[in-house]
Design a binder for this molecule. Structure first.
Ligand code: KIV
Ligand code: ZN
Length: 507
């Protein structure tokens, strides 16, 4: 059995410190419920002394969590902070006070303006004070990533002796390299007496884009708790992302001798929830939870994934609550992807028919960034219409219109004998001008009784589908449809489709 790694979520404390990401108590409770569904081991619910709102959040989340998980409240190494946190955690079934102090030269001399002896003294006093209220006391050595190795051993030894149950080694500024950070953890394992009786936690920031790698290096070298946030939310470039570190541990369980108890199928829900509450959007290419994390758009990749998913995917999207792999149809997609998608929509195309469909698809994909299911259905219907007996087909059309121009249309149609006819006309609008030009060639009595245009998909490059109804001289009504990225072209195709039906039946 591999080592169990505790997942300590700090979305509601460090994550919330991210500029613009603040949450009110009700919102924090909604996130906390999702953290319970994820089955995290610890929820750091806030910094009680910092505001009445934070105090209230810690109090209510402690009530909510019951004995399902530990609830932690952050403090400085200051008595009044600790008393306040203890008060907020009063009704918690599994309370933890998270207290600590800066340990790098920069934090000790420049921020706190004290000396190393005083830092150790305050750390010990804080841990002892917290132990008067709760049994579970976690000590953080702020900016440990930039601290002197031997001073770090000294202060950690002192807090372990004073009764800390968890020692948190943060790379507060995201400065370290993973290998070096791992060595730092190992140094503590090798040099602090009694360290095996406490848990080492790692808390890393993403300033150099390495927060997940740092946390994993910590795990590999002896850490048994990882601190992280949903979507990597947090100060500056953020914290270790829970979804990344948990999935990496799962992928490399043997190598890291580690596992977690996280219900990974809740990741997508958690990600979307935190993003919508905080307004912090998740980049499309974000690992695990980004909208492109399981999307394939190049032909070679699509072909591979359709043959066997793991050719290009190391994680089954269902395992993180992302449903299925997505095959995104673009101009780079091949026959295999188009055939697969058409089959999913219920259409079977093979051989020459598939080639023709693929050509039509490529023409459309060249104009649009992404081809959606509705576009494909529209293409299928368009091709069915083309295959109907046609008296006239569209060869070319051109419009000039705008303010203050008079809308003028030129159209070229091919008749059933293959002869081309060109006509032009003007009208009250571009469609009117085009229909008049078509009438000059087709020359059957009809009255346009209905015209409607609809966008097939979303976006400015969507296909426009036009439906028309024309009434023949004998009162019969014929409908026609046409789809294209250019709505004047769709209008012309729709009109011709209706006229062709009229001609086929009446002549
Ligand atoms: O980054 C950090 O050092 C922290 C501590 C308060 C744990 O967030
Ligand atoms: Zn932090």
């Amino acid at each position: 059995m591999t080592r169990k790694i505790d997942i300590f979520d700090t979305t509601l404390r460090d994550g919330e410190q991210s500029p613009g990401a603040s949450m009110n108590t009700e919102e924090k409770l909604v996130v906390a419920r999702q953290l319970l569904r994820l089955n995290v081991d610890v929820i750091e619910a806030g910094f009680p002394i910092s505001s009445p709102g934070d105090f209230e959040s810690v109090r209510r989340i402690a009530e909510l969590a019951g004995d399902q998980c530990t609830v932690a409240g952050l403090t400085r190494a200051v008595e009044k902070d600790i008393v306040c946190a203890a008060d907020a955690l009063k009704y918690a079934k599994r309370p933890r006070i998270h207290t600590g102090i800066g340990v790098s030269k920069s934090h000790i001399y420049d921020k706190l303006r004290i000396d190393e002896d005083t830092a150790v003294e305050r750390a010990v006093k804080a841990v002892k004070c917290a132990r008067n209220y709760v049994e579970d006391v976690q000590f953080y050595a702020e900016d440990a990533g930039r601290s002197d190795y031997d001073f770090l051993v000294r202060i950690i030894q002192a807090v372990v002796d004073a009764g800390a149950t968890v020692v948190n080694i943060p790379d507060t500024t995201g400065y370290s390299l993973p290998e070096e950070f791992g060595q730092r953890i190992k140094y503590l394992v090798d040099n602090v007496n009694g360290i095996q009786n406490v848990k080492i936690a790692v808390h890393c920031h993403n300033d150099l884009g390495m927060a997940t790698a740092l946390a994993l290096a910590g795990v590999k070298n002896g850490a048994r708790q990882v601190e992280c946030t949903i979507n990597g939310l947090g100060e500056r470039a953020g914290n270790t992302a829970m979804e990344e570190v948990v999935m990496a541990i799962r992928m490399h369980e043997e190598d890291l001798d580690a596992h977690t108890d996280i219900n990974t199928r809740e990741f997508i829900k958690a990600s979307r929830l935190v993003s919508s509450i905080t307004g912090m959007t998740v980049q499309a290419n974000k690992a695990i939870v980004g909208s492109n994390a399981f999307a394939h758009s190049s032909g070679i990749h699509q072909d591979g994934v359709l043959k066997k998913r793991d050719t290009y995917e190391i994680i089954d999207p269902a395992d993180v609550g992302a449903g299925q792999s997505q095959i995104v149809l673009t101009a780079r997609s091949g026959h295999a992807a188009l055939k697969h998608r058409l089959e999913e929509l219920g259409y079977t195309y093979e051989g020459e028919e598939l080639d023709k469909m693929y050509t039509a698809f490529l023409n459309l994909a060249d104009k649009k960034k992404e081809v959606y299911d509705e576009d494909l259905e529209s293409l299928i219907h368009e091709r069915d219409r083309e295959e109907e007996a046609t008296a006239f087909t569209l060869v070319a059309s051109q419009i000039s219109c705008g303010f203050p121009l008079t809308p003028t249309a030129t159209v070229t149609l091919k008749d059933a004998n293959g002869r081309e006819h060109t006509a032009c006309d003007y009208g009250t609008g571009p469609v009117d001008a085009m229909y008049k030009a078509v009438n000059k060639i087709v020359d059957v009595e009809n009255d346009l009784s209905e015209f409607s245009v609809q966008s097939v998909t979303r976006g400015i490059d969507a296909l426009g589908e036009v439906t028309v109804r024309v009434t023949a001289a004998n009162g019969e009504v014929y409908s026609g449809r046409g789809a294209d990225g250019d709505i004047i072209v769709s209008s012309t195709k729709a009109y011709l489709n209706a006229l062709n039906r009229l001609i086929a039946e009446q002549h």
